[in-house]
Design a protein around this ligand. Structure first.
Ligand code: TYM
Length: 333
């Protein structure tokens, strides 16, 4: 059975971008794949986090994973820091990753430009830990949004390099993973600035839709979304970034094609399109919001899910780490 692994950083509230680019696509995979989904808390601390807020957010995230329909029996749901093999493999992979490769990562360049007073080694090393996350589980596929493509490329390069150094063609050490990027929804843009991606940690509250935003907030944010000159409803990211983004959101939430949306709304003005998007987003998040409160209230239940997930993850991760240590010539533990 093919294996998938993915994760989200608890570094802000979950957005519609995280949902459409990632979580929504994770849910159906459990019918055909052996699925592993994490909260990547080790990654989150590359930017300063308030410990109380971080802990609360992790509980919020796992409740939302469940509310979105991820079944904790069919999927391995866990917290990255609960499985020590992630940090351990990350060290090994550090020694197989070049400084030059890491300095070319666009996410590092963006984040270090924003956090000039805390450009820490973890921020630089972030993609290596992500490679360890993926390679530990022999993942064949990694369901992510478009912004993770470059990190996936690096993971593949490091895996191939390690295999060439220590494996054979018949017996590679690592499985080389493929990105699984959805055809629509892989890059949801901000509502106030549709030329930058919608992000958890953005400054403007109205730029993102959060999964727990009440329906009237969602509607208000979408009605106030920045649109473009003219009145045509046409998909053109360069000339019409605002309208194209709304069309993508509608396509990803309803399953309609971009062409069908263009045909249905062109000539009707932007207001009509915005109304339809608001309705679709509210509908799409309704079941998630309805399930959330009860799940979040049962912290003991959430802990059981996470402990069980970590135990299952650890079995697999430890086996891979052992294989790697053996390949390196380390004395067995
Ligand atoms: P993160 O936490 O930034 O985002 C989590 C997932 O959401 C997707 N995403 C988006 N998709 C569409 N439109 C958007 N505006 C948008 N914003 C975010 C991301 O592509 C991602 O799939 N480095 C990762 C976390 C990670 C990981 C991993 C992922 C750590 N280890 C191993 C996969 C496998 C990150 O920061 O994602």
């Amino acid at each position: 059975c093919p294996v998938v692994l993915s994760g989200i950083q608890p570094s802000g509230r979950l957005t519609l971008g995280n949902y459409l680019g990632a979580i929504k696509n994770w849910v159906p995979l459990s019918d055909t794949h052996d699925c592993h989904y994490m909260l990547v808390d080790l990654h989150a601390i590359t930017v300063r986090q308030d410990p109380k807020v971080l802990r609360d957010r992790c509980f919020e995230f796992i409740s939302l994973y469940l509310a979105c329909g991820l079944d904790p029996v069919k999927n391995v749901l866990f917290v990255q820091s609960h499985v020590p093999a992630h940090a351990r493999l990350s060290w090994v992979l550090n020694c197989y990753t070049q400084m030059g490769e890491l300095s070319r990562m666009t996410q590092f360049k963006d984040k270090s430009a924003k956090n000039v007073d805390n450009i820490n080694a973890g921020l630089f090393d972030y993609p290596v830990l992500m490679a360890a996350d993926i390679l530990l589980y022999d993942a064949t596929g990694v369901p992510v949004g478009d912004d993770q493509k470059q990190h996936l490329e690096l993971t593949r390069d490091v895996a191939i390099r390690f295999n060439n150094a220590h494996g054979t063609k018949e017996k590679p050490i690592f499985v080389v993973p493929e990105p699984m990027i959805p055809p629509v929804g892989a890059r949801i843009m901000g509502l106030q600035d549709p030329t930058a991606k919608m992000s958890k940690s953005g400054d403007a509250e109205t730029d993102a839709i959060y999964l727990l935003d009440p329906p009237d907030t969602i509607t208000r944010k979408l009605k106030r979304a920045v649109t473009d000159l003219g009145s045509e409803v046409r998909f053109d990211i360069k000339e019409k970034p605002g309208i194209s983004n709304l069309m993508s959101i509608l396509a990803a939430t309803t399953g309609q094609s971009i062409d069908a949306i263009g045909a249905a709304y062109n000539g009707q003005g932007y207001g009509k399109l915005k109304g339809a998007v608001a309705e679709a987003v509210v509908e799409c998040l309704k079941p998630v919001q309805e399930r959330y409160q009860a799940l979040r209230a049962d912290e003991a239940g959430l802990m059981r899910v996470l402990r069980d997930g970590a135990a299952r993850a650890q079995l697999k991760a430890d086996a891979t780490l052992k294989r790697v240590h053996e390949a390196l010539g380390f004395i067995p533990e």
